[in-house]
Design a protein around this ligand. Structure first.
Ligand SMILES: [Ca+2]
Length: 325
């Protein structure tokens, strides 16, 4: 509102002066006025200049929850720390269509995963010794989650989780002008109230989830296990070869190479952690129901489970063919 008023006044002043001044000056003034006016027009939602959010409440809550105040201050004051407005949209808008899992069960993907297993079979089988989890399903998960480690994400984990804690904040529309309008795009007027309520519920849940992950991230940082600004993950905050989130790391992370620490960026630790996760959730290769249920825990999607189990089966068949007489 203030912007419009200021713009009108600027235009009026320009017209008044234009009667007494030379044409070249008037032209220049018009150009400058148009430039100023263009700057005052709001940009598209989501690309507008974001307001710097206030993280004091989050920082205070972390300290109250036992996180070292100096570590908290240092991380939030680090120049690498920043809010990523696009993640606020990616993590709340309902995904449309399939997640694109079918490409993972195509021939090229099966050949790549099978070659990876052939190359690392002895390392993987050594970790899986005494485990009910077969190497093919572990490699299938590695392939789908991080393209066998080739893609582990590019967002600093602190930036992901701190950004997402803002989803239930009053600051949301300031940080991301037009946020709710963008979230609700594509909904007809009749569906708008229901869609708005559902989206707000998703955002609230996501904010609470993000705070739990952020707190765990700081616990890991405090113990020297991870640097929350140099460790990078996906837009959803998953990181490492198996794409775990911090609370999954805490609960299921295992040391596979015997160096005394869990590092999800190393193959042996990733294999041990995936295997432990599946075993805890009841995985049995010879029991289709249990096998399916355990993989479903990894990602609550039937398409995901179908993809992992089909890929694992195809890797096994292709590997067997290679060794056939
Ligand atoms: Ca290790």
């Amino acid at each position: 509102m203030q912007m419009t008023k200021d713009s009108s006044q600027a235009r009026f002043r320009t017209r008044t002066r234009a009667r007494r001044i030379p044409a070249w000056y008037r032209a220049g003034t018009v150009i400058i006025t148009l430039l100023i006016f263009a700057l005052l027009i709001p940009l598209d939602a989501g690309t507008a200049e974001a307001v710097t959010p206030d993280f004091e409440p989050i920082k205070q809550r972390l300290v109250e929850d036992g996180i070292n105040a100096e570590v908290v201050q240092a991380c939030f004051a680090d120049p690498r720390f920043k809010v990523i407005p696009d993640l606020l949209m990616l993590n709340v808008r309902q995904p449309s269509g399939t997640a694109g899992y079918t490409r993972f069960i195509e021939d090229q993907s099966v050949r790549t995963a099978s070659a990876f297993l052939s190359l690392h079979r002895s390392r993987i089988e050594k970790v899986l010794k005494d485990s009910p989890v077969n190497p093919e399903v572990v490699v299938a998960i590695l392939q789908v989650e991080s393209s066998l480690g080739a893609y582990r994400g590019t967002y600093p984990l602190l930036n992901v989780y701190a950004s997402l804690t803002l989803l239930d904040s009053d600051q949301l529309e300031l940080i991301f002008p037009g946020y709710w309008a963008r979230v609700l795009e594509g909904n007809g007027p009749g569906d708008l109230d229901t869609a708005r309520n559902q989206a707000k519920k998703r955002a609230d849940l996501k904010a609470r989830w993000a705070y739990r992950e952020l707190r765990t991230l700081f616990i890991m940082a405090g113990e020297g296990r991870l640097d929350p600004l140099s460790a990078k993950g996906s837009w959803a905050g998953a990181y490492g070869l198996p794409q775990f989130i911090p609370t999954s790391y805490e609960a299921y992370g295992r040391d596979g190479n015997g160096d005394g620490r869990v590092d999800l960026e190393t193959l042996e630790d990733a294999v041990a952690s995936i295997s432990h996760y599946l075993r805890i959730h009841g995985y049995r290769k010879d029991r289709p129901g249990k096998r399916r249920k355990a993989v479903w825990h990894y990602n609550h999607s039937d398409e995901y489970v179908d993809c992992i189990l089909t890929l694992a089966e195809r890797i096994e068949i292709l590997s067997a063919e290679k060794f056939a007489p």
